[in-house]
Ligand binder design. Structure first.
Ligand code: NAD
Ligand code: MG
Length: 392
């Protein structure tokens, strides 16, 4: 029986994780659930899954949740705040942590799980993009098992040789290239000169995937793919030159690994996050996920094209940040979080997102990253610079 903490239980990934877990009550028990603000949803999850602990974002949320659980006769302990998130991520009563908080807010608890040597199922890509080396070192030092949930990285992981070790990186094992597929998002075919007038509603309407609002906007700008390039570099020890982005609008092939002998291995499936979630939960075994089998004759054709960096400048910004190294990816991530928030709040147009990120990266100097305090300071500076530009 695996005891599981779900960080970000009320989100898109959190809900899919509970769906998979509910299909296998003999294998999985929920130890802790966390949510930032959606208290009624968290209460309903607690009633159903009876975790030992639930964590909310604020004291007010915690008392509201505690009152609801008392009325329902649910004995779950209720805590709140970042220290409590880190506590449930590292608690000795839990084996596995699903890290599915969105954005930089997920860094501290995801890292706490890694440092505690847990089986870490990593959905929160921003945490790894920000803290790359520090995060991977924590995993290596504690002996944690890090399994990617992001569908592309989960696909790559499945296409790697069984004896793959990050130590030898992508150069070892005869790996020539990692082919990271991208749907291209909702604006792949839209006239570039009309992009500035797109609304938040249009931007979050992804053609293939149902996801949270932030990652949906990231998919529309293709910053999501940029973050994933950096995520892949850390997870698999690959250089920027070894990671190639390929537009594949149907989202059936979730990524590929190309080998020096000419073989290309791919992982295919319907676009439903329950597949990578089930894969990582049960790894190295396989369990049912509730996802329908792929109907290849109904799909019939698979399409591929190269990404247009003029249309999607965020992808180029991410390659630049990866090559610059140090805190550059963290600066980029922070600026992107501020920009996406401003776009969703209708403060700026869609094309201002990449412009704001580029300005922050041009003006805030990146530095080598040796410890967490310095990294968080860089994150803070980038957010401050981004907010200054927004004002002007
Ligand atoms: P979401 O917006 O649906 O859910 C986010 C969750 O994080 C919620 O439970 C929310 O309560 C919690 N949260 C938000 N802000 C918080 C804060 N400040 N402190 C603590 N908790 C907070 O997001 P999602 O789509 O489920 O994505 C979660 C993560 O997984 C993101 O990093 C995203 O990039 C990654 N991811 C998502 C998908 C997907 O299909 N949704 C695919 C790949 C990767
Ligand atoms: Mg992805």
């Amino acid at each position: 029986m695996q005891n599981i903490t779900i960080l970000g239980a009320t989100g898109s990934i959190g809900v899919s994780t509970l769906d998979v877990i509910s299909r296998h009550p003999d294998r999985y028990r929920v130890f802790a659930l966390t949510a930032h603000t959606r208290i009624a949803e968290l209460a309903a999850q607690c009633e159903r899954f009876r975790p030992e602990v639930a964590v909310t974002g604020s004291a007010a949320g915690a008392s509201e949740l505690a009152a609801m659980l008392r009325r329902a006769g649910v004995p779950t302990e209720v805590l709140w705040g970042e220290a409590a998130l880190c506590q449930v991520a590292s608690d000795s009563r839990c084996d596995t942590v699903m890290a599915a908080i969105v954005g930089a807010a997920g860094l501290a608890p995801s890292l706490a799980a890694a440092q505690a040597g847990k089986k870490v199922l990593l959905a929160n890509k921003e945490a790894l993009v920000m803290s790359g080396q520090l995060f991977m070192t924590a995993v290596a030092d504690s002996g944690a098992t890090l399994l990617p949930i992001d569908s592309e990285h989960n696909a790559i992981f499945q296409c790697l040789p069984h004896d793959f070790t990050r130590g030898t990186g992508a150069d070892g094992h005869g790996i020539a290239k990692i082919l990271l597929t991208a749907s291209g998002g909702p604006f792949l075919a839209r006239a570039a000169d009309t992009l500035d007038s797109v609304t938040p509603e249009e931007a979050v309407a992804h053609p293939n995937w149902v996801m949270g609002r932030k990652i949906s906007v990231d998919s529309a700008t293709m910053m999501n793919k940029g973050l994933e390039v950096i995520e892949a570099a850390w997870l698999f020890g690959a250089s920027a030159a070894q990671i190639e982005v390929l537009i594949h609008p149907q989202s059936v092939i979730h990524s590929m690994v190309s080998y020096v002998d000419g073989s290309v291995l791919a992982q295919l499936g319907n676009p439903d996050m329950r597949t990578p979630i089930a894969h990582a939960l049960a790894y190295p075994e396989r369990i049912a996920s509730g996802v329908a089998p792929l109907d290849l004759t109904a799909i019939a054709h698979l399409r591929f094209e190269r990404p247009d960096l003029q249309r999607f400048p965020c992808l180029k910004l991410a390659y630049d940040a990866l090559q610059a190294g140090g805190s550059a990816p963290a600066l980029m991530n922070a600026a992107n979080e501020v920009a996406v928030d401003a776009f969703l709040n209708r403060q700026i147009g869609f094309r201002m997102i990449d412009q704001l990120i580029a300005r922050v990266m041009d003006t805030v100097p990146h530095e080598p990253v040796t410890e967490m305090a310095g990294l968080l300071e860089q994150d803070r500076r980038a957010r401050e610079a981004a907010r200054e530009y927004l004002k002007s």
